[in-house]
Design a protein around this ligand. Structure first.
Ligand code: GLP
Length: 260
């Protein structure tokens, strides 16, 4: 696990974009795992800029989103389908048939989830998985106590996450309680995980995920098991890390051959 502490959300997002751009330039068929939430927004803006100004070509890239609300039509403004169109897909040349997002309207949810897993495997597996982190430590929508080997499935949101999401749905009463999410096992199968976390409110949970015990109560701690997981965070989100200066030292003194 590598902890990279950048000065600001902008700097962290630019680094994540560079890692993705390099992968896509090397392998135009890179498979990207994508996340929603406010955290990856600057990253997506930079990917759009790279496409427009530096000809970053997404035409053969395949994408798999982490999650979607159950019972929400894709055209609903708060759906993750809408989020991805608005914030990324409408502005780059990704081929619509190569975009995969869980179908919250699927009649047979279990069957759909099985197929989603098969599709990821058929695409060759996810090369780079982008992740945010919820205040309770969730990745995707794997809420606390999710099995550390879970696969894509339906989950029920916690009261805290419901509260966090309420604003997007005009209040708690309208906020969906169920979601389809890739499992923690699905996420751990990705070749590289890039978890982004910015701001003071994420500081405590980032420290638990990075330095706390590996446990289902903090789903993001599962990344401790991953051979190539990078936490890209800003100074504010690094505030509670006990080995903060060590991570900074390691990053600042990386030998050339080890640079990202
Ligand atoms: C939602 C998403 C997660 C995201 C989290 C944090 O629960 N399903 O993928 O990481 O929110 O959101 P934010 O980035 O807005 O803090």
């Amino acid at each position: 696990m590598e902890v990279i502490i950048k000065e600001s959300p902008l700097e962290g997002s630019l680094l994540a974009a560079r890692i993705i751009a390099r992968a896509v330039r090397k392998d135009p068929e890179t498979v990207l795992g994508l996340a929603t939430g406010s955290t990856p927004l600057i990253l997506y803006q930079e990917l759009i800029r790279l496409h427009r100004e530096e000809q970053l070509d997404f035409s053969r890239v395949v994408t798999f989103n982490l999650d979607e609300y159950v019972g929400l039509p894709p055209e609903h403004p708060a759906s993750y389908h809408s989020f991805m169109k608005r914030n990324l897909f409408d502005h780059i040349n990704v081929a619509p048939e190569r975009i995969n997002i869980p179908d919250g309207m699927a009649k047979d949810i279990r069957g759909f989830c099985r197929e989603y897993e098969k599709k990821i495997i058929a695409a060759g597996g996810i090369d780079i998985q982008i992740l945010g982190i919820g205040l309770d430590g969730h990745i995707g929508f794997n809420e606390p106590t999710s099995s550390l080997t879970s696969r894509t499935r339906i989950k029920t949101l916690t009261a805290q996450t419901l509260q966090e999401n309420a604003a997007y749905f005009g209040g708690l009463a309208n906020a969906p309680r169920h979601v389809i999410t890739m499992g923690i096992g699905t996420i751990l199968d990705s070749r590289m995980c890039l978890l982004l976390a910015f701001g003071e409110r994420k500081a405590e949970i980032v420290a638990q995920a990075v330095e706390g015990p590996l446990m289902a109560l903090v789903p993001a701690s599962a990344l401790q098991l991953h051979p190539d997981a990078k936490f890209i965070i800003d100074q504010a989100a690094a505030a509670c890390l006990s080995k903060r200066s060590y991570y900074q030292y390691v990053y600042d003194h990386k030998p050339d051959w080890q640079l990202d």
